[in-house]
Design a protein around this ligand. Structure first.
Ligand code: HEM
Length: 527
């Protein structure tokens, strides 16, 4: 029997279609079997909202951007300490109990991040935060030495210099005019400048243009991740890649890649010398350390180095800028606490307003440290983080969690749970006095996560926040903007990649009486 070419083509297309349908059916069967298995492991134990076939609880979570976070929080309040919800065939276990935090986070078996992290990859870069397995181990080993306490301490004077120069430019104008400003813009500028110098040794203070471009690109990138989270039909990579937003993400990614590549190229030309000639006592950035150390070169190839440097800048800058903004907001809302901070600053620095903040004073700023810790309790910047569950387990709080479910650590809820924090919405830094800390379970407070995958920048963040806040608060008082809310409970929060405020952080600033003599000084002493 003979077939025409057309018949052969139609036949081949038919066979291909059949094979594809067969593949789809087998995928569907595998998904159904997997969902059944998970449901069997869960049994009737964990509570949670009623889920619908195929969609799960997607409809429950659908909300406009300004309503998503409060919807999520209401759900957690209803079903905590542990509950499950479904997004299509994906099972999420929400965890808020300290014993579950301790059990999972301290066990390296749970080192793999939730399979949903790649969603944030465009904003966070392909670095430590999203990596897993062997690649994560290599990167962590390569990055750790540059985050050592001794190295971080060498940055204090640079933090001081940036905070002083930028506040003299931005805050003094706002203090003179009495206008309300979004303090996050100021915090972003100081933090980006400082973090770029620590990670990339790129001093951006001479090029405000480059600094602004980088901050804007990072903010836009985070917004685009949030846009995807609030529009769940875009969770599919295939659908998302067809959108204008995905093209914008790729454009921003190219821009930041080019920036970091140029910095690396310049560093290589100027600085790179064989590792034997290197033992330099001066402050060294992550990049300088990586380029000079032969061990790091073995741990990361060129592309990995670029991605990690970019990811460190983005992870570091966004979190410290937001933590600083929330801290200034809390001080504006709690004038008694602000007064106590000023008292401590006077005790430590005496009455010379021009005396620089140095590494010797920072450890003495104990009350300021408690203010930052209390701010991170109420506003843990990374308010939710996730792990993949590698096997069927029983959580210490009593609920089972099936293999391949996504464990979501809802720190925000745990930090406001009256079981560990009496009068949880009261802003009280003295909760972190040693005698009070000892009465609580250790992991009822985890703003930096815990265990092998805890925040590698924790010490850096505290050192930076204390130095930059001390520099600003020695010269300025912060005040709530007219008409702003009075209560912590009324603050309009939202989440994209990190927790932040809807509409920014509107504040007013005034120059402190005793700081008049320092008006106009620049930090040239350190240049
Ligand atoms: C107040 C500031 C900060 C907070 C609240 C914070 C919080 C966190 C949290 C909760 C995690 C765990 C995330 C997860 O498991 O998915 C994390 C991881 C991480 N943070 Fe931070 N962070 C801060 C500042 C910084 C800074 C300044 C840097 C770098 C300069 C940094 C770099 C990282 C990196 C690289 C990881 C991933 C670590 C790993 O998986 O091995 N963070 N951070």
């Amino acid at each position: 029997m003979r077939f025409t070419l057309v018949q052969v083509c139609v036949g081949a297309a038919g066979v291909a279609a059949l094979v594809y349908v067969g593949y789809l059916v087998s995928r569907l069967l595998a998904i159904v079997t997997e969902v059944r298995r998970m449901k069997k492991v869960l049994g009737d134990t964990p509570p949670g909202p009623r889920s619908f076939p195929i969609l799960g609880n997607v409809l429950e979570l659908l909300a406009p951007r300004n309503g998503f976070w409060s919807k999520m929080v209401a759900l957690v309040q209803k079903y905590a300490p542990t509950f499950r919800f479904w997004v299509g065939p994906n099972c999420f276990m929400v965890i808020t109990h300290p014993s579950d935090f301790e059990y999972v986070l301290n066990n390296p078996k749970f080192n793999e991040k939730s399979s949903w992290y790649p969603l944030a990859q465009s904003a966070l870069g392909t670095g430590l935060i999203v990596l897993g397995g062997e690649q994560w181990r290599r990167h962590r080993k390569a990055v750790a030495p540059s985050m050592h306490q001794q190295i971080i301490t060498q940055n204090v004077q640079m933090f001081y210099r940036k905070a002083l120069d930028i506040s003299e430019e931005v805050l003094s104008a706002a203090a003179q005019s009495g206008a309300t400003l979004d303090i996050k813009d100021f915090c972003n500028t100081v933090s980006m400048d400082a973090v770029c110098e620590t990670i990339l040794s790129a001093d951006l203070s001479s090029s405000r243009e480059a600094l602004k471009r980088f901050v804007d690109a990072k903010n836009k990138s985070c917004d685009l991740v949030a846009y995807r989270v609030y529009n769940p039909w875009l969770l599919s990579d295939r659908v998302y890649s067809l959108t204008r937003e995905a093209r914008e993400v790729r454009r921003i990614e190219k821009l930041t890649d080019r920036f970091v590549d140029e910095v690396i190229a310049k560093k290589r030309d100027r600085d790179h010398v064989p590792s034997t000639a290197e033992p330099s006592p001066k402050r060294r950035s992550f990049l300088e350390h990586a380029l000079a150390d032969a061990t790091v070169a073995k741990l990361m190839n060129d592309e990995e180095l670029r991605e990690e440097a970019k990811a460190m800048v983005i992870a570091g800058e966004g979190s410290v800028a937001t933590a600083m903004s929330f801290t200034l907001l809390m001080l504006a809302m709690h004038p008694g606490v602000q007064k106590a901070v000023h008292q401590e600053l006077e005790d430590v620095f005496g009455d010379d307003p021009d005396r620089p903040v140095t590494e010797d004073e920072v450890p003495h700023l104990q009350y300021l440290e408690r203010v930052v810790l209390e701010t991170l309790r109420l506003f843990p910047i990374v308010a939710v983080f996730g792990r993949n569950c590698p096997e069927d387990i029983q959580l210490p709080s009593g609920c089972p969690a099936p293999k391949d479910s996504q464990l979501l650590f809802f720190t925000y809820h745990m930090h406001r749970d009256p079981a560990w924090w009496p009068r949880p919405l009261e802003f009280d830094p003295d909760r972190f006095l040693p005698e009070q800390t000892h009465t609580r379970p250790p992991l009822c407070y985890a703003p930096f996560s815990a265990g092998p995958r805890s925040c590698i920048g924790q010490r850096y963040a505290m050192m930076y926040l204390k130095t930059a806040l001390a520099t600003v608060l020695r010269r300025y008082d912060v005040h709530r903007a007219p008409g702003d809310v009075h209560e912590v409970a009324d603050l309009p929060l939202e989440i994209g990649v990190i927790l932040t405020m809807q509409g920014g952080f509107p504040l007013r600033v005034s120059r402190r009486q005793d700081a008049q003599s320092s008006a106009g000084i620049k930090s040239s002493v350190f240049k």
